[in-house]
Ligand binder design. Structure first.
Ligand SMILES: Nc1ncnc2c1ncn2[C@@H]1O[C@H](COP(=O)(O)OP(=O)(O)OP(=O)(O)O)[C@@H](O)[C@H]1O
Length: 412
């Protein structure tokens, strides 16, 4: 299973307890590797992300700690994220996970914590760059911005046109999927047993090294994300939508120019035909929980029965992201700040504009945005999903704009 690059981790003692015991230099022991917790990197809606250092080789990682207080359902959600990390790996513009683990809470065995070890991106994310631009009154050189944007488009292409993997044995057959579910249920029972005895046990993988590769693969593949591939032959297409594209979810690699799409917790198979009112409400609630409002597509605010939610939700969010890089905030945040109207009304009405447009245009806006770049934003922000470009068309458009934009230095 080396290709998946994922390994079960055994957190030997609780991370939280550990921090209480050694407030000066909190340590986390994972399997045979121990990590020093350096600092909190960020806090998401459902998680904390810490900077940790491998004691053996001083390598830095980001450790995402997801609390799952509501039992199996919330653990399954967190594991869906782990599963998603393995799906697209390796890809130069999509984050992969290095390791993961599920730990039981000693004080409440029904509560679990999922730890995901990720590569650490010291330059932060695109939102940090936008904030720095706002503070320093600087802007992204357009050509460089569009090259970065192209990298994000390529990450999305890998998701929107995901091809089912499979060895000579073919894709996972239904029979195998059932076996996977049986194995997972057995693993759950073992975990419950371990929780009852109020102690962390080595994972099944480490207790049974004879077939650990198999166990690891199956454990990982038994989730919503890969189950969506059932019945699709190797090489067949199984589209996924990221559903939470925003500047804060685009990390910047150490070279300073390569974007890395992260936070795959909201990934979902696409398209989703909305066949009933209850499904419509479910999709709407999930969107409200997992996708960030100023970047959320209009069709997710008011999901209609009979409609189809597809990968075009990401194209909308990409348009908002590009605008935010150019102007400093999402087009709908900007518009609702300007008019005092509600954000959702602005989104649903497609009510947004560039700062130098409209009756109340700002005359002396910092820097001029090229018409061709504006046009890309406009195409992505069509309220009707069918009118937005798909990822291939978008890539073609962006490549065309990059070719036409002047080299940095020769820019005004
Ligand atoms: N690999 C990483 N390297 C450096 N910083 C990171 C890394 N992963 C996450 N962070 C930091 O932690 C923050 C929260 O991470 P993340 O978005 O994964 O959490 P989340 O709970 O899914 O958040 P959200 O509420 O946005 O969905 C990020 O904005 C970033 O600042």
């Amino acid at each position: 299973m080396g290709s998946l690059g994922l390994y079960f981790l055994d957190v030997v003692y609780s991370f939280t307890n550990c921090m209480v015991c050694f407030p000066g230099s909190p340590q986390l022991k994972i399997n045979s590797r121990s990590f020093k917790i350096q600092r909190l990197l960020g806090e998401g809606g459902f998680s904390y992300v810490y900077l940790v250092q491998d004691n053996a080789n001083q390598q830095l990682y980001a450790l995402k700690k997801i609390r799952c207080p509501f039992g199996q359902e919330s653990v399954a959600l967190a594991l869906k994220e782990v599963e998603a990390y393995s799906l697209f790996s390796p890809h130069p513009n999509i984050i992969h996970s290095v390791d993961y683990s599920v730990a039981s809470d000693k004080s409440d065995p029904s509560a679990k914590t999922v730890y995901i070890l990720l590569p650490y991106y010291r330059r932060g994310n695109l939102q940090d760059m936008i904030n720095a631009n706002l503070v320093n009154h600087t802007k992204f050189p357009e050509k460089r911005l569009m090259q970065l944007f192209l990298g994000v488009c390529h990450a999305l292409k890998a998701m929107h046109e995901y091809k089912v993997k499979g060895g000579p044995g073919g894709a996972r057959s239904e029979g195998k999927a059932k076996k996977v579910r049986r194995d997972a249920a057995r693993a759950d029972a073992e975990a419950a047993e371990a929780a009852e005895s109020m102690e962390m046990r080595p994972s099944r993988r480490n207790r049974d090294n004879d077939d650990d590769d198999d166990i690891e693969a199956e454990g990982l593949l038994d989730g919503e994300v890969s189950m969506a591939q059932e019945g699709i032959a190797p090489g067949g297409e199984r589209a996924y939508a990221h559903r939470d594209i925003k500047p804060g979810n685009i990390m910047i690699a150490d070279d300073g120019t390569t974007p890395i799409l992260m936070d795959l917790g909201s990934l979902a198979p696409s398209p989703t035909p909305i066949t009933s009112r209850s499904l419509a409400l479910q999709v709407q609630d999930t969107a409200a929980e997992h996708s960030t409002m100023p970047y959320r597509a209009p069709e997710l605010f008011d999901v209609k029965t009979g409609s189809v939610i597809d990968t075009k939700v990401d194209i909308w969010s990409l348009g908002c992201t590009l605008y935010a890089c150019l102007v400093g905030k999402s087009p709908f945040e900007a518009r609702s700040d300007e008019t005092g109207g509600s954000l959702s009304m602005c989104v649903l009405g497609g009510d947004w504009r560039f700062p130098d447009e409209g009756r109340d245009a700002k005359k002396n806006v910092d820097g001029v945005i090229s018409d061709k770049v504006k046009e890309i934003v406009r195409k992505c922000l069509r309220v009707e999903p069918g009118e937005r470009p798909d990822v291939n068309e978008l890539i073609r458009l962006v490549e065309g704009v990059i070719e036409e934009l002047p080299e940095e230095g020769s820019e005004e």
